[in-house]
Write a protein that binds this ligand. Structure first.
Ligand SMILES: [Zn+2]
Length: 522
C-alpha cells in the first residue's frame, strides 16, 4: 500500500511469529455475508475447503472473538454437514477434523458480530453509509475466519447480501446480482487466482461505476462516489495505461479484473487483488494520483501474486511497488523523472537511517504493522535501482520476468528473488544482497578532487562506522558543459583514482545518474 502518515519508529522485537502449519493448506473460501442498515452487525457463513498434506491436522483459523461491543460470536462449526469438534478462544478457532482418510475437507463457520476493524462500516465523505474491507496486514480476522497470513493463499468467493439500493464490488469476477424481493440484493464475486487475506476486499455503498477499458482481456473499471463521478472516472482512467505497461514488461496479470475504487481506507491506497482501494480525496479531477495508481497496480504482480512468505521480507512487496512505479513514470516522462524520484527517496533513506539504523530485512521485527518503513519502501526501491545498474537493463528485466514467472500465484523470500536473478544473469549476487538487504546502512563518502600535470586525482573515503561497501561508482567529469562518465569499483575504506585529462575540468560529480545509494559527506 501507500502510506499517508509518517512512519512509526521501529521497535526491537523478534521476527514474524505467525504459527505456520505447512500440513494445512486452505484451497478456497466462500464468504456469505449479510449486511444491514439497522445496525453494524454482520452475519457470516464461511465455507473453507482445506487440503491436508501428509496428515490430517488441527485446522486453526483466526477470528477476533467478542469482547464487549465488538468481535464475533460463533453459532456453530460444521465439517461436511455434521457439527465439528471445535473450540474458540483467544481469537483462534481450533477445529479437530473427524477420523477419516479423506485429505480434503470442507468446514463451515457460522458467526456474527460487529467488526471493530477490517470491515470499515462508516459513512463516505458525502455522508452515505458504506462498508469497505481494509485488511492489510492482518485485519481480515476481524470479519473473516481465515488463515490470516500471506503464506497460505486461496481462491475466494464473496456472496454479499445487502440492502438493495447499494452497489457491491469485491475481489473477483461478478457472477451474480439478484434482487431478492425482500429489500435485499445478493451480489456474488469469485476470484479464481489464489489470494492472501491481506488483499481481499469488498466495497458496498452507492457507487458510480464505469468500464474504462479492456487491456489484454482484463476489464479496467472505476468505482467512485456518485458525487465524484466525472472527476473519478477521469483520475482513474490512467490505470489502463499502467496495466498495459506492466503486462508488457513483467508478465501476465493474475486477476479477473482491475477495479479502481474510491474508498474509506486507513491507507493512501490499498492494493487489494484486482480491486484497489484509493483514499477518498484521491479524486480531484486533476490527475494528481498517477504515481499512487502505478504503485498499487505494481503490487498486483509484487505482493499480491508473488507474495512475501514472511512479513520480514515485505520489501518484496513495497520496495518493488515503489520502484516499479518509478519505472512506469520513467517510461512515460523520461529518465529525469526517475532521477527526481530517487533523489527524494535517497534523502528520506539517509534521514531515516540516522534515527533507525536497521537493515531492510530486519528479523528483529515481529509485528507486521512495524515492517513498513522507509527501509522497506524507498530503500527497497533503491536496491532494485542498483541491481538494475549492476546487471544492465536487459538482464534486469529478464530476471524480473523470471522471478515473477516462477513465483506467480505463490510465495517467495528474498533468497528466492536472488536465485532467480542469479539464474538469469549467471552472477553471484550473494554479496550484493547481503550488503544492501541484510546489513544496515549505506556508504558515507567523503571525497575531494584535484588536477595536476594532466591528471585528475580523486581521493575517496568511506567513513561509515562499519565495514566498507563494495559498489560500482560512476564519476562524472564536467568540461565545457559536457558530462563524461568514468566507471570505477570501490571496495576499500580509502581509495585514490586517477584519470588522464588534457585540461582542468570545470567540475567533478559523483554518481551523476543516480545509480548509487550513498551519503555525500562534506
Ligand atoms: Zn505499497
Amino acid at each position: 500500500m501507500a502510506t499517508c502518515l509518517l512512519f512509526a519508529i521501529v521497535e526491537m522485537a523478534a521476527q514474524d511469529l505467525y504459527p505456520k502449519n505447512e500440513a494445512v493448506d486452505v484451497q478456497d473460501y466462500i464468504f456469505n455475508l449479510t449486511l444491514n442498515d439497522e445496525n453494524n452487525v454482520i452475519i457470516g457463513e464461511a465455507q473453507i475447503n482445506v487440503a491436508f498434506k501428509d496428515k490430517v491436522d488441527t485446522l486453526v483459523l483466526d477470528l477476533i472473538g467478542k469482547s464487549q461491543k465488538y468481535g464475533m460470536e460463533i453459532t456453530t462449526v460444521l465439517e461436511g454437514d455434521k457439527v465439528a469438534n471445535y473450540s474458540f478462544s483467544k481469537n483462534k478457532i481450533h477445529i479437530l477434523p473427524s477420523e477419516s482418510k479423506e485429505n480434503t475437507r470442507t468446514f463451515k463457520v457460522f458467526y456474527e458480530g460487529i467488526p471493530e476493524r477490517g470491515l470499515v462500516i462508516s459513512t463516505t465523505k458525502f455522508g452515505q453509509r458504506s462498508f469497505f474491507g481494509d485488511n492489510w496486514p492482518n485485519l481480515a480476522r476481524h470479519w473473516l475466519p481465515s488463515v490470516d497470513h500471506p503464506y497460505d493463499k486461496a481462491t475466494i468467493e464473496f456472496r454479499i447480501t445487502a440492502p438493495e439500493d447499494y452497489d457491491v464490488v469485491a475481489t473477483g469476477e461478478k457472477l451474480e446480482e439478484s434482487n431478492l424481493g425482500n429489500g435485499f440484493k445478493l451480489t456474488t464475486y469469485k476470484e479464481p487466482a489464489p489470494v492472501a487475506m491481506k488483499v481481499v476486499t469488498i466495497g458496498v455503498t452507492k457507487f458510480a461505476s464505469k468500464l474504462l477499458d479492456v487491456v489484454h482481456g482484463i476489464p479496467v473499471t472505476a468505482w467512485v462516489y456518485p458525487e465524484n463521478r466525472l472527476e473519478g472516472f477521469s483520475d482513474y482512467n490512467v490505470a489502463s495505461k499502467v496495466l498495459d505497461y506492466f503486462i508488457e514488461n513483467i508478465g501476465p496479470y493474475s486477476y479477473a479484473k482491475l477495479a479502481n475504487m474510491q474508498a474509506k481506507t486507513q491507507w493512501g491506497g490499498l492494493e487489494n487483488a484486482g480491486t484497489i482501494a484509493y483514499f477518498e480525496n484521491s479524486v480531484t479531477g486533476k490527475n494528481t494520483v498517477e504515481a499512487l495508481i502505478a504503485h498499487e497496480i505494481a503490487h498486483q504482480w509484487f505482493g499480491n501474486s508473488a507474495t512475501e512468505a514472511s512479513w520480514n521480507h515485505v520489501w518484496l512487496s513495497e520496495g518493488f511497488a515503489t520502484y516499479f512505479s518509478i519505472l512506469y513514470l520513467e517510461h512515460v516522462y523520461g529518465d529525469e523523472k526517475r532521477k527526481d524520484e530517487l533523489a527524494l527517496d535517497r534523502k528520506q533513506i539517509i534521514d531515516y537511517y540516522k534515527q533507525n539504523p536497521s537493515p531492510i530485512v530486519d528479523l528483529t521485527i515481529k509485528d507486521p504493522m512495524r515492517v513498513l518503513s522507509i527501509n522497506s519502501y524507498q530503500k527497497g526501491g533503491w536496491v532494485l535501482n542498483m541491481l538494475r545498474h549492476k546487471l544492465g537493463d536487459d538482464l534486469f528485466w529478464k530476471g524480473i520476468r523470471h522471478y515473477y514467472g516462477t513465483f506467480r500465484n505463490s510465495n517467495a523470500l528474498t533468497d528466492d528473488f536472488r536465485k532467480a536473478m542469479e539464474e538469469v544473469s549467471g552472477e553471484q549476487l550473494e554479496p550484493f544482497f547481503q550488503q544492501w538487504l541484510f546489513t544496515k546502512g549505506h556508504p558515507e563518502i567523503k571525497w575531494d578532487w584535484s588536477y595536476e600535470k594532466g591528471k585528475v586525482r580523486i581521493d575517496l573515503e568511506q567513513i561509515q562506522k562499519h565495514h566498507p561497501f563494495d559498489f560500482p561508482l560512476e564519476i562524472g567529469i564536467v568540461q565545457d558543459d559536457e558530462l563524461k562518465i568514468m566507471k570505477v569499483t570501490v571496495n576499500k575504506k580509502s581509495e585514490v583514482f586517477e584519470f588522464a585529462l588534457e585540461a582542468r575540468p570545470d567540475n567533478i560529480v559523483l554518481d551523476p545518474n543516480y545509480w548509487l545509494l550513498f551519503e555525500e559527506k562534506i
